[in-house]
Design a protein around this ligand. Sequence first.
Ligand SMILES: O=C[C@H](O)[C@@H](O)CC(=O)C(=O)O
Ligand SMILES: [Zn+2]
Length: 287
Amino acid sequence: MEVRTAVSPKDIKTYTTDRLREEFLIQNLFTADEIKMVYSHIDRIITGAATPVNKILGLSSGKELHCEYFLERRELGIINIGGTGTVMIDGKKYTVRFMEGLYAGMGSREISFTSEDRNDPAKFYFNSAPAHKSYPTVLIKREGKEEDGVVIIKEENKVELGSLEESNHRVICKYILPGQVKSCQLVMGMTSLKPGSVWNTMPCHTHDRRMEVYLYFGIPEDAFVMHYMGEPTETRHIVVRNEEAVISPSWSIHSGSGSRAYTFIWGMVGENQEFGDMDAVNNRDLR
Ligand SMILES: O=C[C@H](O)[C@@H](O)CC(=O)C(=O)O
Ligand SMILES: [Zn+2]
């Protein structure tokens, strides 16, 4: 597990491209038959991915967490962006298809990942945060029938925002949030741009009470997203490629414009779970 420290907005004023990428960009998350993780001191979020191809991958705490098992004092949110896979949690099997999610509560001991088809492997992306209470583990689906251990995303949590005229027409699909999937800190979801729209989170915002990580995906190899970060009056850009993530500290905007439409997963950690708790930035004030 790679460990990254927190960063002051004063520092990034002098950062080179390389330094900025080293601090905030997360690359090579999806590596065959490996679990990759980055532990950030910013709200202690862990951003990771499990890509089982030929193996069963077990999630272990590693030496960095100094505990017996990964979710001893944590919670976990997973979204599969690959082929159908299986997550085993304490002997219970969850089949997780493309774009389906899973929330695993604190105290879950044995967690492992497998793919159904090695030619179309699952790609389990995850965010994990410190937790103080155990909430039920549930599978999260966009459609279907509500049943025991399965949550269907509510219509009110599929929000259409923006317009083609403003090049920011998109659907925000909220997976883990109060009123749908209970968690201690973690709030997670996915935003998909409509063809022809390229801007996410524009107008942009900051939120002092939580940090955020974006994972961009569904981008062809020769395409990219210009991700914008920094204080609203001191912005910087990071060129993000397919299946790369970017860390956004509380003081930073997090917004992007792609060379074409794309999709991204957002995960937020901090003290406030209210989705609308943002400090809006007026477009006129950006620098
Ligand atoms: O605090 C909320 C997050 O930044 C994202 O959910 C915003 C987003 O997906 C979008 O506007 O496209
Ligand atoms: Zn945000």
